[in-house]
Structure formats: structure tokens, C-alpha cells
Design a protein around this ligand. Sequence first.
Ligand code: MN3
Length: 264
Amino acid sequence: MDPVIGTDDGNDLIAGIEMHRQEMGKDSDVAVGSLKHLLPPLPYEHAALEPYIDAHTMMLHHDQHHASYVANLNSALEKFPELQERTAFWLLLNLGKVPQKIRAAVRNNAGGHVNHSLFWRAMSPAAGGAPVGPLADAIKRDFGGFEQFKARFDDAGVKLFGSGWVWLARAQQDGGGLQVYTTSGHDNPLMQGHFPILVNDVWEHAYYLKHENRRGDYLKGWWPVVNWEEAARRFERSDHSAERDWEGEGGSRPVDSQRDAPTS
Ligand code: MN3
């Protein structure tokens, strides 16, 4: 797949790499060792999603769990400089090009990094309500209505055995219909050619402090923090994107490349 990223975010990332290469005065095939995956900052305070998601859960979830996926991804790539400049999304979509020795670690940790990056942005303080516009129309068309969609989403999340994620995703084939389903571990819908629109984390670490074993309560109580503006943006973007355009959708954010870019 073409490694060039077709998004604004990606262009920033590529620009950062190019600046670094120029500064280093090296050929473009020299690996950029300093371009490590970084933990993106939460787009709001830890306590911002209270009372729906408690601050302590958010602190552990972002500052510890997500951070550990980033650290483990960097660690897995340490001896493979040729892979270090790839985005987390690229790695996830090109596991066949990742050496067998680190493939499972890359799948788990690049996936964890990408999915959590999407997840933080899927939520927002003072959010909730219902989607409007083309996404609302598509939800009505494909699920019969917003309430039916939510029931389907909650049901899928409850029924997932073990750790994973529940998604609203859009197929690229078959008319681009919306689907609700789960993935295990940290797999992402893009791995099966579906564009992720909305996601909730149903690993126990996402809800156990507040809801203990009651995953259904967590799922039902999550809707008031859903960022429908972001979901609508992703839905509209999915109308006109090729697979290579999706790489900037998670994992590597502009803040990452800015941090990585040399400060001359
Ligand atoms: Mn999680």
C-alpha cells in the first residue's frame, strides 16, 4: 500500500519526517529514529466526562493503559528501524510486512494505540443527544431509528466475550451501509475494509471501577458523552476516502508529528 498519508494530519506528519531528513542531511531511505509513537493528550480533562465516566478511570485508562500500548509499540519496533516511520495504522493494515517475531506485539499495541486515539475523540463533555444530518438519515435507513441503533450497539457490546471494542462502522462495499459489530482484542474495522464511525471500549479497564461487572450499565450510561459531531465528520469523510486516506484517522495526530519534528 502507498505509505503516503492523504490527510491533513498525515501531511503534517510527512512534513515532519522531511524536515528531519533534511536536517540530518541523510538520504530519504535512512530511517528516522526519533519518530516514535507518542501518547496523544486527552482532548479534555480527566474529570470532564463525569459523572458518566469517572476521573480515576480516565486517568488510569489514558495515562497508564493507552500509554503502555504506545511504549510497547515503540519497544517492539526498536530493532526494526525500517518500520519506525510507519504510522500505527499502516502497521495494523500491513501486518504481513511486519516480521513474525513482533507481529503479535505490533497487532496488539498498534491496535491499542489507534483504537484509544479514536475512542478519546468519540467522546466529549456536554455532548450526547442524537446525530443530525446525513449520519442520522443513514442510521434511520440501516437500523430503523436511533433508539433501535442504540439498542443494537449496547446488545453487541454486552454479548462480546472477553475484551474488545464495539463499533458503528461503514462498509466500503455493498452500498456503504452502516453496521454494528464488535472486534476482539484491539482489532479495528479497517482491517476488514470498514471505516470506523463510532467506537466504545468494552475492555473491563474502561468501566470496572465504576460499574464493576455490569458492562450493560456502562454501555447504557455512555450515550450522554458521545461526540456526534465527530461521528458525523467521520461518516461524511467515509464518503470519499480511499484506504490510504484513512491512516491519519488514529494513532498519529498532528501533535505527535509536531512533537517529533525538529525544533530548529
Ligand atoms: Mn481501553
